[in-house]
Design a protein around this ligand. Structure first.
Ligand code: SAH
Length: 368
């Protein structure tokens, strides 16, 4: 059994099964997530016998960093190998006031959005909890985070380098629901990485049943890849819209917000030249956004080999933003980071060995 597959409650259950007290979970988790130590032999506050049992029953395999690229703007992209020969990408985006890690939830993606290079790779499989939280662990390790911790302090971790996590890498997180939830538990748990829930953002292409389920189980921030204001266009850009059209999606978002004291939902909107970027689109978006607590992130489209779209010109993006701002919708244009190393939104490809083809409604229903 992989120790990284267990969130706190699963770890407590595991120790209960060995007739050990629940606080063993905390002891092990502090070693792993505060000190960066995974060898049970080094967990010196456990008895020798217990260490031997753990060594016999568990391991701590993580995705392995096989390549690192550093962008001129400081963004780093890691290619991490997963079991079965594939690899996923994670991206670290340093900013003055925060450090954000963008994490993958699946090897490939089945949703086949027209503008996204991950979708073009096809779909291989869901990542395990260990493979999801392992990306954060590996990034922290590489960035020197574990070296800064004081041994065995029962406090929250110190000197965070990664202060925010966005589930915006490869894959659709709500189609890997249970593993993503358990991994996000470990991100926010004080015995894990101790990040505030609002600093963890899950982005979805609009898996409506998953949004309802998430609303009842989690407190993380929600982001929606909207990208179009009419079903006719959204059906083409994000085929999942054919199953869950905009009105149903917004209803689910309202539910999410209501379940979280009126928290805002972030709507991502890629600026695609002559596709969804007219003033008419901006006004229609403003009208939709007025129906619920919402913020808008405009994303300049990032090109990739074989892509069929172009990014809207800057002036048009600014005009679009101004129309939203005039309607009192909080709107920011996302800065493009890491595009020189193909680390920007929608450019992550990893190494996907496609097994299953594309999105179909039954598959989405089953996964939720
Ligand atoms: N499947 C989830 C998680 C991926 S998030 C989702 O769709 O939300 C990645 C974000 O980057 C999404 O908002 C996605 O729509 C956006 N994106 C995808 N391709 C892009 C591209 N080529 N340029 C800019 N943004 C892109």
């Amino acid at each position: 059994m992989n120790l990284f597959d267990l969130n706190q409650s699963a770890m407590r259950d595991y120790f209960a099964g060995m007739a050990e007290p629940p606080f063993r979970a905390g002891q092990v988790m502090r070693w792993v997530y505060h000190q960066g130590i995974t060898g049970v032999g080094e967990m010196t506050n456990l008895s020798k016998q217990l260490r031997a049992r753990l060594a016999a029953q568990t391991h701590s395999h993580l995705p392995k960093i096989i390549a690192e690229q550093l962008s001129q703007d400081g963004t780093r992209k890691w290619l991490m190998q997963i079991e079965g020969g594939g690899a996923v990408e994670s991206v670290f985006i340093p900013e003055a006031e925060r450090g954000t890690l963008c994490i993958s939830s699946q090897a490939g993606c089945a949703l086949n959005c027209a503008f996204c290079s991950t979708g073009k790779q096809g779909y291989n499989r869901n990542l395990s909890v260990a493979e999801i939280i392992g990306q954060l662990w590996q990034a922290n390790k590489t960035l020197g985070y574990f070296d800064k911790q004081t041994p065995d302090k029962k406090t929250r971790p110190q000197a965070r380098i990664i202060s925010n996590v966005v589930m915006m890498g490869m894959g659709e997180p709500l189609l890997n629901f249970d593993n993503v939830i358990a991994a996000m538990d470990l991100m926010s748990d004080d015995l894990g990485f101790g990040l505030a829930n609002k600093r963890i953002t899950l982005s979805t292409a609009g898996v409506v049943p998953g949004i309802y389920k998430l609303a009842r189980q989690s407190n993380v921030s929600l982001a929606i890849s909207l990208h179009a204001v009419s079903d006719a266009l959204r059906d083409v850009l994000l085929p999942i819209n054919q199953a869950y059209p905009i009105a149903e999606l917004l209803k689910a978002c309202r539910y999410y917000s209501d379940m979280h004291k009126g928290a805002s939902v972030t709507f991502e909107y890629i600026m695609l030249h002559n596709v969804n970027d007219t003033e008419h689109d901006a006004r229609a978006l403003a009208r939709l956004m007025r129906t619920l607590p919402a913020k808008v992130n405009l994303i300049p489209f990032n090109d990739f080999p074989g892509g069929e779209f172009a990014c809207s010109p800057r002036q048009k993006i600014d005009k679009f933003r101004d129309i939203l701002l005039k309607s009192d919708i909080i709107t920011i244009t996302r800065k493009t980071r890491g595009d020189d190393i193909n680390a920007a939104c929608g450019q992550l490809v990893g190494k996907v060995i496609p097994r299953a083809g594309r999105y179909n409604k039954q598959q989405v229903m089953r996964s939720c």
